[in-house]
Design a protein around this ligand. Structure first.
Ligand code: SF4
Ligand code: SF4
Length: 212
């Protein structure tokens, strides 16, 4: 299922909805929210949550600092075409309704939940026609999708940046990981240690901002 990374199995459920909204803001490139979120996650001092913090950083880097137009075009938008319906959070529905007329015509409603079908009705050839208000799940693909990364998270045993799982068709994810991997090597060469999630985000954003 194409759902956003879910900390519910590691955290108190009462803060889960709020955490998802914070995470969506961070995934959209809000630097202050990203810093706050990473600090909250790391304060929990659990190894699996540290892995989640790294994966979120990878996804923020993908969403914010790297142009992936060519890769997504070449792939043809596979992640929007195939798979189970995408669950929408209430904040996703509000965001989409701000620009989509007759919203109810595009979604599936079941047991009080709202889903986007796939192929997604908002896909225009390979591109997303609602890019600025795309759902949390879409902003999470592929590094912050729980189902894709569950083995990476559960087998995480040491505090280094984890190697993510990337579907073979996701050329964008492969490009992003190559950039992050070489950035981690640069950081280690300069500082003599592995970057923490917040270090990796700061270092990568500084390095990549120069080129955009
Ligand atoms: S994110 Fe990956 S799977 Fe989705 S369109 Fe881009 S390359 Fe394809
Ligand atoms: S909303 Fe946009 S990114 Fe999400 S599945 Fe639809 S076309 Fe793809």
């Amino acid at each position: 299922m194409h759902i956003a990374l879910n900390c519910v199995s590691y955290m108190n459920e009462s803060i889960n909805e709020h955490l998802h909204l914070l995470t969506k803001l961070a995934l959209k490139g809000d630097e202050e929210t990203a810093e706050l979120l990473i600090n909250i996650l790391l304060s929990l001092e659990a190894l699996q949550i540290r892995a989640i913090a790294y994966l979120l950083v990878y996804q923020i880097i993908m969403n914010t600092y790297i142009d992936l137009t060519e890769e997504c075009k070449k792939c043809g938008g596979v992640c929007c075409k195939f798979g189970e319906p995408i669950e929408l959070y209430s904040f996703d529905v509000e965001d989409l309704k701000s620009i989509v007329m007759e919203f109810d015509n595009y979604v599936i409603k079941n047991c009080g939940k709202v889903y986007l079908p796939r192929p997604c009705p908002f896909q225009n050839e390979w591109a997303c026609s609602v890019h600025n208000v795309k759902p949390y799940a879409c902003l999470s693909y592929p590094f912050a999708v729980e189902n894709l990364q569950k083995d990476v998270i559960s087998s995480y045993t040491y505090s280094h940046p984890p190697r993510p799982f990337i579907p073979h068709f996701c050329l964008a994810g492969q490009k992003v990981w190559n950039i992050i991997d070489s950035t981690i090597k640069d950081y280690k060469f300069l500082h003599g240690k592995e970057p923490l999630p917040q270090d990796l985000l700061k270092y990568t954003s500084k390095k990549l901002k120069v080129h955009i």
